[in-house]
Design a binder for this molecule. Sequence first.
Ligand code: DSN
Length: 430
Amino acid sequence: MSASSPFAEWITDDPEISRLLDEELNRQRTTLQLIASENFTSPAVLAASGSVLTNKYSEGYPGRRYYGGNQVVDQVEDLARDRLTELFGADHANVQPHSGANANVAVYQALLDPGDTVLAMRLDQGGHLTHGSPASITSKIWNFVSYGLTPASGDPDNPGEMIDMNQVRDLALAERPKLIVAGATAYARTIDAKDYREIADEVGAMLMFDAAHPAGLIAGGAHPNPVGIADVMTFTTHKTLRGPRGGAILCREDLAKKVDGAIFPGLQGGPLEHAIAAKAVAFKEALDPSFSVYAHQVVANAAALAVALEQQGFRLVSGGTDNHLVLLDLRTFDEDLTGKEAQEVMDRAGITVNRNTVPDDPRSPFVTSGLRLGTAAETTAGMGEVQMAEIARLIGTVLKDRNDEAVITSVRKEVAELCGAFDPYASLVN
Ligand code: DSN
C-alpha cells in the first residue's frame, strides 16, 4: 500500500478491488478531468455514499413505507427533499431517481399516455437519448418530434448554432405536442425556460426542463431558474451540482402524486438511501453561499478555456459558451483529426475528455468531428482562468504533434505537475 492510497487500509480483505479503487483515485488526482458531466464530490458526499444506508430497503416514501425499520431513513429522505425544494424554490421534490434518464422516463410516464406527442431536442444537435432518440425506449412508447439548431453562419457576431426557437414554435403549432422538453447535454449556451413557456402556452402543452447539465449553475445563481416556469424540472445530481451519481425531479404540488407514483412503483423498486443521504449532503453544500462563487467560477473558466482553445485554431460550436462546457469542432484545427483519435491521444497525455458529434457531423457518433470539454471538476479542484489557458496550450500541443511520443510524454508530465498543484482529494491521502 502506498502512503497516498487509502483504500487498501479501508478494504483489507479484497486486494483486487482496493488496488483498483486506489488506481482510480490516483487517475482522478493526477490527470485532468474535463468531461463536462463529471465533478469531484466532497469527502462528506463520498462518506454518505459509502454508508450503512445501503443495507436498508425503503420502498415507498417517508411515512408511507412498505417495510419496517425506516425511522432513520425517513428523516434522511425528508432532509434531502426539504433541502432540495429550498435550493430551487420548488413545491415538491422527488430524490429517488437512480439517474437522470430514469427521472425523464418517469416524468413522461407521469404526464403522458403511450403514443402522445413530445417535442424535444435531437440527440445529434445536442439533446439526450431520452429525448426520443431511436435508440431509446422513449421513442418506442411516445411519439417524439425533434427540433435542432440554427445553421452555423461563419459570422462571429451572430454565429448561429443556437436552439432554433422558430423551429420549436413551428413544430409545436403543427404537431400540437402534449409535452415540450427543454434541455440538452451538448449545448454551450444558456437555455431559458421562459422562451419555451410562451410556446407551450400557445399550444396548450406542458413543459419539462431537463437541467441535468446546468443544475449546479442554476442552484448557484449563474443560470436562470426554470422552477416556477416549467411544470417539471429533472436533473442529475453528479454533474455541475457536485453530488453523488443520481437523479431528481422537482414539480408543482398538483403533479407531486403522479410524479412520485411514476418513480415508485412505476419505474423503480427500493430507493438507494445511501445515495439519497449523499444527495442531501450535496444539497446542503449547494445552499452555502460559497457554492454560488463556485458556479460563477465554472462559467468564467469555461469562457476562458473557450477563448484559449479558439486561439489554438479550434472552432467553437455556437461561437462560444455561456455555461460549463465547450463544444469543439476539430476540423478547422486539422481536418483529418477525428474526435476518437483526439480523445485517445489526450487520454495518453492525461487529459480526459469525450468525443462528441458536432451539428450535422459527417462522421459517425463513434468517430465524430468534435470534442466536449467541461470545467466543473477542475474548478472544484481550485483551478481558475490562468490554468484554463494553460490547459488549452497543452491540448493544442499534444494534438498538433500527436504522433510524437516525446511530446505526449512531456505534456503528460506537465499535466501531472498542474494536477499536483490542484489536488481535489488531498485530504483523503495523508
Ligand atoms: N452521459 C451524460 C453526459 O455526459 O452528458 C448524459 O446522459
